[in-house]
Design a protein around this ligand. Structure first.
Ligand code: NAP
Length: 296
């Protein structure tokens, strides 16, 4: 049985039912890679001995090694060589250079998983000279196993490997496999960028609490639990958001007054435009990368 098949099916001899042999490389260990490493190690889905991360700066490699007890290397090709799964966690600006470093190292049995926003399969296939590819859009709550990853595979990723990847992404929170990469681009705007919208709103609510006279610490606690409780309640009830909102909106009451101001200020429109702007940005990045390919 292949190691990836074991990964998919589970092995009772190991923590979390996963084999000890699968090697996982992170190319460009920044914020997202750190969140994913923390999530996977935290759930025991992989052990530190299975992970290698590359980064050009020693002052980044050292704290990563210390925090996770993982191997870190300066060279991207060195990290990818011999790994079963290679996460591309770099920014698009260095993608071309990194793909050139990896193309001679990659072997058919390896799977490359890209988290890059707006980098489509065509660009990856062309730049890496490799067909077994996955695009995934995670988000930073992956760090505590509460993320959402929307992902899509090329047909060259075999079913047993696909199941193994599902297991890894599942360790980061929810995972949804989609059959077209356009949904990964949409998820980039909705969930990949999503924590930004939520944190900005929470920050604004905390500031509003302080404005009224709450000590900041109290305002933070109240807002955190209001958001956490509302999410749990929405999940549990299964009701439409408008219905939940109506439950706290009595005629002539405080919620009605607040809703009037939010609608007057265009909050709904601003949010919708923000998400759509993020989506358009993804499409622009994608088009720029395709033009670069056409010229090469
Ligand atoms: N952050 C998120 O919430 C999030 C969510 C979903 C998807 N993503 C995607 O994840 C990718 C990484 O984002 P991020 O937020 O983690 O960015 P990041 O923190 O900047 O991580 C990228 C890392 O790559 C390093 N790097 C630069 N040149 C390199 C090279 N030639 N080889 C290897 N590593 C190199 C950077 O080092 P320096 O710091 O020295 O430049 C940086 O530490 C992006 O493509 C983004 O679209 C991010």
């Amino acid at each position: 049985m292949s190691r990836m098949k074991e990964l998919a099916q589970g092995d009772p001899d190991t923590v979390a039912g996963l084999p000890g042999g699968v090697k996982v490389a992170f190319i460009g260990a920044g914020v997202m890679a750190e969140a994913m490493i923390a999530g996977m190690l935290g759930k025991g889905i992989i052990t530190p001995a299975q992970v290698v991360a590359s980064h050009p700066r020693e002052d980044r490699r050292q704290p990563l090694s210390e925090r996770f007890n993982i191997a870190t290397v300066a060279g991207n090709a060195e990290a990818a060589r011999g790994a079963d799964i290679i996460f591309l966690t770099i920014k698009p600006q260095v993608l071309d250079a990194v793909m050139r470093q990896l193309q001679d190292v990659l072997e058919p049995g390896q799977v490359v998983i890209s988290v890059l926003a707006g980098t489509n399969f065509g660009v990856l296939r062309h730049g890496l000279g490799h067909a077994a590819l996955v695009r995934v859009m995670p988000n930073t709550p992956a760090q505590i196993g509460e993320g959402i990853s929307v992902w899509c595979c090329t047909p060259e990723v075999e079913p047993d490997k696909r199941a193994g990847i599902r297991g890894m992404l599942g360790a980061l929170g929810e995972e949804i496999e989609v059959d077209t990469e356009k949904y990964v681009d949409m998820a980039t705007a909705l969930s990949g960028t999503g924590p930004t919208y939520v944190f900005l709103m929470m920050e604004a609510l905390i500031d509003a609490g302080v404005h009224m006279g709450f000590p900041r610490r109290l305002a933070e606690e109240i807002v955190l639990q209001t958001v956490a409780g509302s999410v749990a309640f929405a999940r549990d009830s299964g009701k439409h958001m408008a219905e939940l909102r109506n439950m706290v909106t009595s005629p002539g009451g405080t919620s009605a007054e607040a809703i009037y101001q939010m609608e007057k200020g265009g909050l709904r429109t601003v949010l919708s435009k923000s998400v759509y702007a993020a989506y358009q940005r993804t499409q622009t990045l994608s088009a720029q990368q395709e033009r670069t390919i056409d010229r090469s």
